[in-house]
Design a protein around this ligand. Sequence first.
Ligand SMILES: [Zn+2]
Length: 142
Amino acid sequence: MSYFRATDPFPLESPEHTKLHEFYSRLATGRLATTRCAECKRLAWPPRAFCGECGSDRFDWVDLSGEGTIHAFTIQEVGLPPGFEGPRVFAIVKIDGLRVFSILVDAEPAKVAIGQPVRVSPLRIADDPNGNARWLPAFRPA
Ligand SMILES: [Zn+2]
C-alpha cells in the first residue's frame, strides 16, 4: 500500500486497468471530474462505474467547479516516509455538494482554516510501472 493510497481512489489509472481512467485524463489537464448517473442523475464521489442508488451502469462524466472550501483538515508532522517533506496537510474539501478527501498543497499549516476557499490543483506523483504519468486530486489555497 502506497503512502497516498488513502487519497487515491483508483491507483491503476490506465484504460487497461479501469474504465474510470477518464478521471485521470481530466485530472492531468487540471480538471477534477466525477460521474453522474445517466438514470437517476445522482453525482457520485468517488467516481463510480455503476450507481449506488439505482444500480445503473450508465454514467456521464462531469467536471466539478474547481472551487471549494475546507470542511475539515489535519496536519501530519511525523511519520512521513523518506523523501516527503512535512508537515503535510490533508483536508476534506466541500465542492459542488461533495466532500472530497484530499491533499492541500502550498499551504502554511498554521494558516489553514475551516471554511477557507481552495482551488483544484492536481498533484503529479511517481509514474506507474509503465512510465505513465499519475496524478492525485489536490487543492491549494485560493
Ligand atoms: Zn442512479
